[in-house]
Design a protein around this ligand. Structure first.
Ligand SMILES: Cc1cc2nc3c(=O)[nH]c(=O)nc-3n(C[C@H](O)[C@H](O)[C@H](O)COP(=O)(O)OP(=O)(O)OC[C@H]3O[C@@H](n4cnc5c(N)ncnc54)[C@H](O)[C@@H]3O)c2cc1C
Ligand code: SF4
Length: 341
């Protein structure tokens, strides 16, 4: 199956004294516990701006884990706090990342269409980079569409030449060399998996004769809440760390109030009858925008869906342990607005 992570990211304007254009900071593991994997990043850009973020693999098993709160906690690390403490947050966003790589690529050509970029899952997870691979797949697709048009092919054909040219390209080689990166972390954990990946990527350059797989979908990895103590995240200080509502405000997300809810439940009873008793309804925590809230109704607890807050990250569709949430495209132009992210 495809595997995913949630990436949460903020843009900050920082004190020029601590701004070092071009500096890249990558980290792995912390602040996550050993039963979850992920990595953090900080990029110093132009105009005293830095981008800071946390990627949390969505195969985590503790239903009390909150990627949003882990990210807020992360910014208090001295490495990040040193840069951010005199700065100002200017934007917030979140997005799921399709990171299954080569092992999870679907058929990319079908009658009348081609899948490219992250719609197919071309991101190189070892580098957490998907822009160059998305562009390459788009270029290969465009070349094959142009070839079919100039050969005056009938519409609705399956352009299998695209799949062939993909296989012959550096893109296939790059994804092949990083195919074990995610499965190794999933199988062996951050420490051992990280050590394995270091050896495979640096000593063997990804050229090993075996392929590791993780055949369990991310949602199926969640364990019952009874197996874990509840997590007590620190309260945000309003300087480095923030709450979900002020963060959603910074994503500029907007949906028409009178539109149908774009987060559909296949069975409206499941959040209260299954997810709440078994997993303490994890949607309250994995959603980085506070869309899902358990509120006390006239007849006991109810799930309230604040659909207007949604930042379109798609995590709920991926991580709901009952696979009961279906994210559908909302009305035209609704959603977050990330002008400079
Ligand atoms: C937090 C985070 C950090 C990342 N950091 C890096 C990095 O440093 N370097 C790197 O190379 N990659 C990075 N990536 C990955 C990179 O962003 C993606 O791999 C890349 O953007 C994929 O490009 P794409 O064109 O396939 O998809 P996208 O960039 O997702 O583009 C798809 C577009 O389609 C639009 N769209 C979707 N549905 C509809 C619809 N129904 N109608 C009209 N439009 C629609 C979307 O709004 C979007 O603009 C990061 C990802 C995340 C989440
Ligand atoms: S409702 Fe779903 S798609 Fe929207 S922000 Fe929350 S987790 Fe992401």
């Amino acid at each position: 199956p495809q595997h995913y992570a949630i990436g949460i990211k903020e843009l900050w304007e920082v004190d020029p004294a601590v701004h070092e254009p071009g500096v890249v900071v990558h980290g792995s593991g912390w602040p996550l516990d050993s039963d979850a994997s992920g990595g953090c990043f900080m990029y110093h850009g132009e105009d005293n701006q830095v981008v800071v973020g946390l990627i949390v693999d969505l195969n985590y098993s503790n239903p009390y884990l909150s990627p949003f709160d882990e990210f807020q906690r992360m910014k208090h690390h001295p490495q990040f706090a040193r840069v951010l403490s005199q700065g100002k947050r200017i934007s917030y966003g979140a997005r799921a990342i399709a990171k299954g790589g080569l092992n999870a690529l679907p058929e990319m050509a079908f009658p009348g269409g081609l899948l490219i970029g992250c719609d197919a899952g071309t991101l190189n997870f070892a580098k957490i980079k998907g822009t160059h691979t998305a562009m390459k797949s788009g270029m290969l697709a465009a070349e094959n569409v142009a070839k079919a048009l100039s050969a005056e092919q009938e519409p609705g054909q399956t352009l299998t030449d695209y799949t062939e040219s993909f296989k012959q390209s550096w893109l296939q080689q790059e994804l092949h060399a990083s195919r074990n990166f995610g499965p190794a972390l999933h199988k062996f954990g951050t420490l051992l998996g990280g050590a394995y990946n270091w050896l495979e990527q640096n000593l063997f350059k990804g050229h090993v004769p075996w392929t590791l797989h993780d055949r369990t979908p991310d949602y199926a990895q969640l364990k019952p809440a009874s197996e874990y103590p509840a997590k007590d995240y620190p309260k945000p200080d309003g300087k480095l760390s923030f709450d979900k509502s002020s963060s959603v405000y910074m994503s500029n997300t907007n949906h028409e109030e009178d539109q149908p809810v774009h987060l559909r439940l296949k069975d409206p009873a499941i959040p209260i009858t299954v997810n709440l008793p078994r997993y303490d309804e994890p949607a309250q925590r994995y959603c980085p925008a506070g869309v899902y809230e358990i509120v006390e109704g006239n007849n006991g607890p109810e799930l309230q869906i604040n659909a207007q807050n949604c930042v379109h990250c798609k995590t709920c569709d991926i991580k709901d342990p009952s696979q009961n949430i279906c994210w559908v495209v909302p009305e035209g132009a609704g959603g977050p607005n990330y002008p400079n992210m």
